[in-house]
Design a protein around this ligand. Structure first.
Ligand SMILES: [Cu+2]
Length: 254
């Protein structure tokens, strides 16, 4: 087989492998439901990273497989050594410059996505999140309830409205994670950390503590209910007069 023909076959095989890799990354749903505008950005970033990574994976794996086959030791070559090679400047410049440009591009794009996800919008409601071994409670200030502050075991948020979650811990370090929103933040005793999301899909999604915080860590789960604005107002009204967090059962949060 002449060299041109081998190169053509290698290129076709490479293109097929790249197409298959990218197709699989789209065909399989790796992630839970996407329920916030931040989740859309994060998922797009993931797809860009996969599309950039698959051709490199195919190239590196292809070169390795080719070399294993082409330069394998044949019978009678046991005592032989490879030819002495003192580098290849053009190749070295190429394999330094290309990954550098690619990495800078991807880092730049990641930064843009992160910046976009954390940007403070003009309108935003505040919700307090308190972590305690092994349960979550949520605080709605007067600015949200329009009356007395509310403390609840339930988390309701209105669809389409940016929410800043102010995270506090009563004991050890926890992590507030809503997989459907694609954001997670540590909850650290002594300080208040912040976490922002704009829920954009009606539904009920898991809230998970994602930092080993003690024996009940695996039970430290809760739910976030994304509801239309009117339902949110209704829920707030229904909670009025209820005496704090004792108003509703903590459920499985133990
Ligand atoms: Cu925890």
């Amino acid at each position: 087989m002449d060299r041109r023909r081998s190169a053509t076959i290698a290129l076709i095989l490479g293109a097929v492998a790249i197409a298959a890799g990218i197709a699989i990354s789209y065909a399989i749903h790796w992630f839970p439901a996407s329920a916030s505008s931040q989740a859309k950005n994060t998922d797009r970033l993931y797809h860009v990273l996969v599309i950039a990574s698959v051709p490199i994976f195919v190239l590196v794996t292809g070169v390795i497989l080719y070399c294993i086959w082409q330069f394998r030791m044949r019978p009678g070559e046991e005592g032989k050594d490879g030819p002495p090679i003192h580098g290849n400047t053009r190749l070295e410049v190429f394999w330094t410059a290309l990954p550098t440009a690619l990495l800078l591009g991807l880092v730049g794009y990641s930064f843009v996505v992160l910046h976009e996800n954390e940007k403070k919008p003009a309108r935003e409601i505040q919700v307090g999140v308190t972590a305690q071994q092994f349960t979550w409670t949520y605080q709605y200030p007067s600015s949200v309830t329009g009356g007395a502050p509310l403390n609840s075991y339930q988390l309701y948020v209105p669809q389409g409205e940016s929410v800043e979650f102010n995270l506090r811990s009563k004991d050890v370090i926890h992590a507030f994670w809503v997989p459907a929103f694609r954001i997670q933040e540590d909850v650290v005793p002594g300080i208040t950390t912040h976490w922002r999301a704009t829920p954009d899909r009606i539904g009920t999604y898991p809230v998970v503590c994602n930092l080993l915080c003690g024996v009940g860590h695996s039970l430290m789960r809760s739910e976030v209910h994304v509801v239309p604005e009117s339902k949110f107002k209704e829920w707030l009204a229904s909670q009025k007069g209820a005496s704090g967090a004792t108003a509703s059962a903590p459920g499985a949060s133990g």
